[in-house]
Design a protein around this ligand. Structure first.
Ligand code: ATP
Ligand code: MG
Ligand code: MG
Ligand code: MG
Length: 566
């Protein structure tokens, strides 16, 4: 490609509204331009990189036995009603009403395709003999993200590779899952990305096992802990630590509770009355340490699955509220009661009375406060447990060695879905005994744009981008120093033609611009190899070939340059 014939609007200045390196560099290098919040045009250079990532994904999907298809972005809302996700997606789902004659048809723009693909499969698979099967597509998704930001790392419209596996047995599901997991590792490796696969909770999508693939990056919105010696790695929602925690396992009696919670005045029964629950329901006392000052939270009922969520909710709240006065009054007051599941769990201090919390279920109705319950007077803490989210230096739950903490960008995600979608959409098969069973599913997503943005975020220096050769928009950039020098241009043109002939992706900077401008742009757009032709070198019969990451150029005889970089 000739630079003069492409659209590569590089920028000298750092755009004011771009906060992080990838956003700044992708704008400056002329890869993307914003249309509106969350919507970006990929300019020719940016689009080439996205296509290269997509091609690697295709090759590895096919190698792993997945078959490509293409499903519509426009989807009937009725399918989302059947799986309960019309509601679950909330405002993230882009809904639209389309007029057909005198009737309105309710539609959505697909945020993902479990519904559509399961509906399809329900019509075409009937027998265990047709399974297993893995389908994939590379297709535009729509999500009305609450906070589209950081350039193309989080947009309302993005390219996802989504794959879906269909199995008749758990063994088949596990085999497909492992094949996808391995393919993901190969994809990210070929894309030149540093990545960490972490254990993850499956979230609203359901299912029982999942891994996220994280690019370690300061500006990542996710947080992960990992242990180099045991290989344990998990996102913060999921992460466990080897810290001391209350061992009340298997106990659901007031005796167990008394181990950590000993009321002086008032009895367990009194507390239970407060909570409107039986002592049996009250199975654990968790002590949350904010700023090293203990705040006690009683959880009751079946909360194990939500512990991480509650902890996080508390963590965030406490950090927000953790000014000295608040901490002090909560500490003095002592105790917070939290309802069972996924609750809004505000640990707050009331101004008038020492202790207070708000919660919203069971006895803990909104704005019901428990007054005059005092640490030391009404109960004592015997042990304090640190129940913060896992953090830097915590012991690994497997090896006990200190774990590392990093931020990450989620670039891929694999789930074992189970039968959530096949049950709600009636995707069944007949087993060997002619019995109907729901198909067992897995789903596997990669953010194609995030591969490119993740690379821009993590591979750059002060002068610009540093593309790995596999994702670089072009592999080689030819810079003729003087475009009005006929002799020079003849040599440069020949090299351009020869390199193309060798199948090299080559960009030819034929602009009549000053060398300084061209060099700056070359560094900015980060093409892995640049060939400079002209000046003294030309008289000596050499070209200067410089890898983007190398300190200086190498002098290569003109007649060997093509071979050298091919
Ligand atoms: P996030 O936690 O960042 O919101 P997600 O968990 O909602 O992502 P998934 O439903 O797992 O995303 O989708 C699969 C992949 O699609 C993600 O791993 C990510 O790489 C990509 N992706 C998701 N949302 C966006 C977005 N708004 N913009 C760009 N890529 C996205
Ligand atoms: Mg999301
Ligand atoms: Mg996520
Ligand atoms: Mg995800």
């Amino acid at each position: 490609m000739r630079w003069s014939q492409s659209l590569i609007p590089t920028m000298k200045e750092v755009p004011a509204d771009a906060e992080i390196p990838s956003h700044q560099l992708m704008l400056r290098a002329g890869l993307i331009r914003q249309l509106m919040a969350g919507a970006y045009t990929y300019l020719p250079l940016g689009w080439r990189s996205v296509q290269k990532a997509a091609q690697i994904i295709r090759e590895e999907m096919e190698a792993a036995g997945a078959v490509e298809l293409h499903m519509p972005a426009l989807q009937p809302i009725e399918l989302f009603d059947r799986t309960g996700r019309n509601e679950a997606f909330g405002s993230v789902l882009v809904r639209l009403d389309v007029t057909r004659g005198d009737r309105k048809v309710h539609m959505a723009l697909g945020p993902t395709h479990e519904e559509v693909v399961t509906d399809l499969i329900s019509r075409h698979i009937n027998s265990y003999r047709q399974l297993p099967l893995t389908l994939y597509q590379i297709q535009t998704k729509f999500r009305n993200e609450e906070r589209p930001r950081f350039g193309v790392l989080r947009t309302s419209e993005f390219l996802m590779k989504d794959a879906y596996s269909f199995a008749s047995t758990l063994d088949q599901l596990n085999t497909s899952y492992d094949a996808m997991y391995a393919a993901y590792c190969r994809i990210f490796q070929r894309c030149g990305l540093k990545y960490i696969p972490v254990e993850a909770e499956s979230g609203p999508i359901g299912g029982d096992a999942s891994h996220e693939f994280m690019i370690p990056a300061e500006n990542g919105e996710d947080q992960i802990v990992y242990c180099e010696s045991s290989g344990y790695a998990a996102n913060l929602e999921r992460a466990e630590t080897g810290r001391k925690t209350p061992d009340l396992s298997g106990s659901n009696s007031s005796a167990a509770l008394e181990k950590v919670y000993t009321p002086k005045a008032g009895s367990i029964e009194a507390v239970c009355k407060f909570l409107k629950c039986s002592p049996e329901q009250m199975i654990k006392t968790l002590i949350y340490v904010a700023d090293e000052k203990p705040v006690t939270v009683l959880l009751r009922g079946d909360h194990d699955a939500n512990e991480g969520k509650i902890r996080r909710a508390l963590g965030a709240k406490s950090l927000e509220l953790a000014d000295e006065k608040t901490i002090q009054s909560v500490t003095n007051a002592g105790i917070g009661f939290a309802g069972p599941v996924g609750i809004k769990c505000d640990v707050i201090a009331d101004h008038d009375v020492p202790l207070i919390t708000d919660a919203i279920s069971g006895a803990n109705e909104t704005d019901q406060h428990y007054k005059n319950v005092n640490l030391g007077r009404d109960y004592q803490l015997e042990t304090t447990y640190d129940l913060r989210d896992a953090c830097e230096g915590d012991p690994c739950p497997k090896s006990g060695e200190p774990m590392k903490f990093v931020h990450g960008i989620e670039v891929g995600h694999v789930f074992k879905l189970g039968t959530k979608y096949s049950e709600s959409l009636g995707a069944e098969f007949l087993n060997e005994h002619e019995k109907r069973e729901p198909i067992i599913m897995g789903c596997y997503g990669i953010g194609v744009n995030r591969i490119v943005a993740g690379l821009a975020e993590t591979c750059h220096d002060k002068n610009g981008l540093l593309w790995p050769i596999s994702i670089a928009p072009y592999e080689v950039l030819i810079i003729p120093l003087k475009t009005d020098d006929e002799e020079l241009m003849k040599i440069a043109e020949k090299m351009y033609a020869d390199l193309k002939g060798q199948g090299v992706d080559v960009l030819f900077d034929d602009r009549p611009a000053r060398p300084g401008v061209k060099f700056k742009d070359a560094d900015l757009i980060g093409i892995p190899f640049r060939i400079v032709i002209g000046g003294k070198g030309l008289q000596e019969g050499i070209a200067e070939v410089k890898a983007r990451t190398a300190e200086g150029p190498e002098k290569i005889p003109l007649d060997q340059t093509v071979e050298y970089v091919s």
